[in-house]
Design a protein around this ligand. Structure first.
Ligand code: THU
Length: 163
């Protein structure tokens, strides 16, 4: 039997003001993205903003549906928009934030496994790590580089990639 241990690393900042202007800006874009959240069922609003290399910013917000499983997380709305419309313009940073009137959010919202897996796919596709910023409006900000920090066991199989 072998015991394995995996360490993940991320930075924690106590307020947004500690980040660079560029990082603060993309976090504010994630806040703006939340405006179009369609979340009448959970009342949990999530915004994601992608900073692209060209300077372009892409917004995504969670889109729910009365047929609950048909909804989609903010991150994948933004990421699939990128994949469909801007695949040649690398993603530098993704910022994610959330808000609800129902309770206080005091720690960053971490993307679900499916969203991390989608991020991992595009990170491989563009051959460049993403910076991931998890912005808690009333709490700390977590920053990491590379999806593997949050999803060390992402699914990946070279032999399934079309040549
Ligand atoms: N949600 C996101 O959009 N992103 C996350 O990282 C976590 C969860 C959405 C899905 C659903 O609309 C609502 O938040 C409650 O789960």
């Amino acid at each position: 039997m072998i015991n394995h241990e995996i360490k993940i690393a991320f930075e924690e900042y106590s307020t947004l003001a500690e980040l660079s202007k560029a990082d603060q800006n993309i976090c504010q874009e994630a806040v703006k993205a939340m405006e179009n959240s369609h979340s009448p069922y959970s009342k949990f609003r999530v915004g994601a903003a992608l900073q692209l290399q060209s300077g372009k910013v892409i917004h995504g917000s969670n889109q729910e549906n009365v047929a609950y499983p048909s909804g989609l997380c903010a991150e994948r709305v933004a990421l699939f928009n990128w994949g469909a419309n801007h695949p040649a313009d690398p993603i530098k940073t993704i910022a994610i934030t959330a808000h609800t009137n129902d309770f206080e959010i005091i720690k960053p919202v971490t993307p679900c496994g499916s969203c991390l897996q989608v991020m991992a796919e595009y990170e491989k596709k563009q051959d460049e790590h993403l910076r991931i910023i998890l912005y808690c409006i009333d709490g700390p900000v977590w920053v990491t580089t590379g999806v593997a920090s949050f999803l060390p066991f992402m699914f990946f199989e070279d032999r399934l990639i079309a040549q």
